[in-house]
Design a protein around this ligand. Structure first.
Ligand SMILES: [Zn+2]
Length: 347
């Protein structure tokens, strides 16, 4: 029988209950609020969100105090010398910072020798021998516990096969095991053929960038999702506003990761190239292009990872009328600032 004879299902009309009639559904994290009558902007209305977090920055490049007046309440510093980590460890003030400390890398591996990488921001580890169960701690275990002692709450490994040697599987396994034994997640910089596969097979918890050098197959993406791997977006730095082979691969990979249920974290790699010192609306726009709707996009930028709990006592306030379309969300959110939660009352 000819398929042409079958009745066609008409395209279903949009369900009117999908979205409120007057705009974009921002999801459960957004609350309509009014500022208190006692503060600087008495009675101003807007939207309250949880504290915003950029999950990939480099304070050693932008400067330790550069984000103090931004809308970011939290940052995850993914590569800095340990003296900077130690100095910031007990600092009050915003944004609160989590640190990976030094990059762990193979001898001569990325980012050793890069012009932006100061001395002390990478630690080269000799290959691990044996099964890691000997009486003496191996180099991986020693390095991980030293990072933690200086205040790192994440361990970063560099797996960049395009510019230098990378860890073999045994050494990477030893690092992941040592980190997990101490309750620390491992985040990997993956670049070059096979590096995402290596990170997934070793059980790495997060990728510092959406993979941009190779188009991943759906099976590997499904494995990344199955182990609960998080991907930090950093889409903007794959093209700086232009379409490049890297930006197209990253967008394609992230779209399929998202569709498969993968957890996306907003991150900019702040310090890498020219970006605003705060929320980057271009990164948000690219997340929307990768298929994140407004609720997912807001979840990606308010996720407290690697912490379990959000900062208490503060909230994000976005003044004015919320966006009516996803295209307007980046500029709207870029106008956000931090206020004490007690300054806001729900409408
Ligand atoms: Zn980075």
């Amino acid at each position: 029988m000819s398929h042409a004879a079958e009745p066609r299902t008409p395209a279903s009309p949009r369900d009117p209950w999908d979205e409120p009639a007057d705009g974009l559904d921002l999801g459960p994290l957004a609350v309509a609020v009014r500022r208190s009558l006692n503060g600087d902007h008495p009675g101003e209305t807007g939207t309250m969100l949880p504290p915003l977090v950029d999950h990939h920055v480099h304070l050693m490049i932008v400067g330790e105090g550069a984000l103090a007046d931004s809308a970011l309440a939290g940052v995850v510093d993914l590569g800095a010398p340990l003296h900077l980590v130690a100095a910031r460890r007990h600092a009050d003030g915003l944004p609160r910072a989590d640190f990976a400390g030094t990059f762990l890398t193979a001898p001569g591996g990325y980012p050793v020798g890069r012009p932006w990488a100061p001395d002390g921001c990478a630690r080269e580890l000799e290959p691990e021998h044996g099964n890691g169960r000997s009486a003496l701690p191996g180099a991986a275990e020693t390095a991980v516990s030293e990072q933690q002692a200086f205040g790192a709450s994440v361990i970063k490994v560099a797996l960049n096969a395009d510019v230098g040697p990378v860890f073999d599987r045994a050494t990477l396994d030893a690092i992941v095991r040592a980190a997990h034994e101490r309750g620390l997640p491992v985040v990997a910089h993956v670049e070059g053929d096979g590096m995402t596969r290596l990170a997934v097979e070793a059980g790495v918890d997060a990728l510092a960038h959406t993979p941009f050098t190779e188009l991943l197959d759906d099976v590997l993406i499904a494995r990344a999702v199955a182990i609960g791997q998080r991907w930090i977006s950093t889409l903007f730095v794959t093209g700086y506003g232009t379409i490049t082979p890297d930006s197209e691969r990253a967008l394609d990979n992230l779209r399929r990761f998202r569709e498969a249920g993968g957890r996306v974290l907003y991150g900019t790699d702040l310090g890498n190239g020219d970006q605003p010192l705060g929320v980057n609306p271009a990164e948000l726009g690219l997340l929307a292009a990768a298929g994140l709707g407004a609720p997912d996009l807001l979840a990606s930028i308010t996720d407290p990872w690697p912490r379990r709990e959000r900062a208490e006592g503060i909230a994000t306030f976005v003044p004015g009328v919320p966006p009516s379309a996803i295209d307007d969300l980046p500029a709207w959110l870029a106008a956000a600032y931090i206020v004490p939660t007690e300054d806001l009352e729900a409408l």
